[in-house]
Ligand binder design. Structure first.
Ligand code: SF4
Ligand code: SF4
Length: 427
């Protein structure tokens, strides 16, 4: 396929990965759950020839879907998808980047909102773990897992599934990034170990911050255990474990309790998401809850990563909040300010916002390929600029790993005897 010059509605998921689902099904993304969206299936044969067929069919299906998007013939499932966006798509071809594993569904909770449990109660329909592992081995042997590739594990609850231990061990051995989504009701030392090795990313979903609501929503009395496990993960990983909240009807009034529990347990990184089953006409009912959540995170210096599932209409008001937060930092600075991180996050912000503050002196980044360039007219320097230029405030302008970056900046400043008044995490 040739490179496209057109602007059209499409998504990056169908260019970069797919989902191994239950019942041997392969789906194009984590969002699609309809049977119309089944790309192909494992036919129970674990040979590399069979896996060649799977990849060929994935490629043909995804190219066909891209073509449909290009022609404006958007399938129903894509029509309501938050990932669908209108833009210039640079690449038309499939570039393997992620593999989503939703091939099992056993769980120790009974959440009212769980579509996994509702949709399919029959555990015999799980896609066999040995086929999944053989397929992953096939992908690795073909060199498909590149530096930025990752496996994302949903399910079901991964911490109670013994079969998944082989996957954890495999990813650790071959250094394949693994994203784990867990309800937190069970602590697994191997997960903390994987986070500390920089191979695993963990998203824990307590959903709520109050005990009564937890029982109402999840049907089990595991609130204290869940939050004590969260504390354990946070402590044992130096704050790198994420706590994820999906804002929905049942928890939208529990925001203060959520943040209080995060503060009590030392959580430093949260991920805010939104129930994608909520219709657009209802967004306004959730606006104040989402804004309150982000405000309380900023107030308490908790890094809040906003998931793509937060609809654009709600994102717009969060961006206003982001600007206010930025203005406040600039206003409070008594000298020059540098951004730290020539990131995509900063680029997006600067695209929508004209920074004409005289206090902004530049962007600092360690990536030698970025140094010497600029973003929206703001020059990018190596950290050594701080040894020759005065600076009052550093704004950490990256989307992830704020705590580690703050630690590395502090170390750099100490090693070079540089005094800075303020290092601010901005998100
Ligand atoms: S637009 Fe949404 S539903 Fe369609 S392929 Fe992309 S992620 Fe899946
Ligand atoms: S923890 Fe997740 S998989 Fe388990 S019941 Fe709740 S929503 Fe479903």
């Amino acid at each position: 396929m040739s490179k496209s010059n057109e602007i059209y509605l499409s998504c990056s998921n169908i260019r970069s990965g797919f989902n191994i689902f239950r019942d041997n099904k392969i789906l194009p993304c984590c969002y699609a759950r309809s049977d119309d969206f089944v790309i192909t299936r494992f036919l129970g044969d674990s040979s590399f020839d069979e896996f060649d067929r799977i990849l060929r069919e994935v490629k043909i299906y995804q190219e066909g879907l891209i073509q449909k998007h290009k022609n404006g013939n958007i399938p129903n499932c894509c029509k309501s998808c938050v990932y669908l966006q209108k833009k210039h798509w640079n690449t038309d071809h499939f570039n393997f980047n992620f593999l989503i594993l939703n091939h099992y569904k056993a769980c120790n909770l009974k959440c009212k909102h769980c579509f996994y449990i509702e949709e399919n109660k029959d555990l015999t329909k799980d896609t066999p773990q040995d086929i999944v592992m053989n397929f992953i081995e096939y992908c690795r042997s073909k060199g498909l897992f590149k530096i930025n590739s990752y496996i994302s594990l949903g399910g079901g609850e991964p911490s109670i599934n013994r079969k998944l231990l082989s996957l954890f061990e495999y990813c650790l051995e071959y250094k394949i990034s693994l994203e784990i989504n867990s309800n937190g009701a069970k602590f697994l030392p191997i997960i903390a170990d994987g986070i500390n090795k920089g191979i695993f990313t963990l998203y824990l979903s307590p959903d709520v911050g109050s005990k009564e609501l937890f029982f109402q929503l999840k049907g089990v009395d595991l609130f204290d255990i869940t939050w004590s496990n969260i504390k354990k993960y946070v402590n044992q990983t130096n704050g790198k474990a994420f706590v994820k909240f999906i804002i929905q009807e049942s928890n939208k009034d529990d925001i203060e309790n959520m943040i209080n529990m995060c503060l009590k347990t030392g959580v430093k990184n949260v991920n805010l998401s939104f129930d994608f089953n909520i219709k657009e006409s209802k967004y306004k009912y959730y606006k104040s809850s989402i804004e309150k959540f982000v405000f309380l995170c900023h107030k308490n210096q908790i890094c809040c990563d906003i998931n793509t599932y937060v609809p654009n209409l709600l994102l717009a008001s969060l961006k206003d909040e982001q600007k206010l937060q930025f203005e406040k930092v600039i206003h409070n600075a008594s000298g020059y300010v540098y951004f730290w991180g020539a990131s995509h996050f900063l680029e997006q912000f600067l695209d929508n916002y004209v920074v004409d503050h005289k206090k902004i002196r530049g962007i600092i980044d360690r990536d030698t390929q970025k140094i010497g360039n600029s973003i929206n007219g703001i020059a990018i320097y190596a950290p050594s600029i701080l040894t020759v230029q005065k600076c009052d405030t550093i704004i950490i302008s990256v989307a992830h790993n704020h705590i580690e970056i703050k630690d590395s900046i502090t170390k750099f400043l100490k090693e070079n005897s540089i005094k800075i008044n303020n290092i601010v995490i901005w998100n």
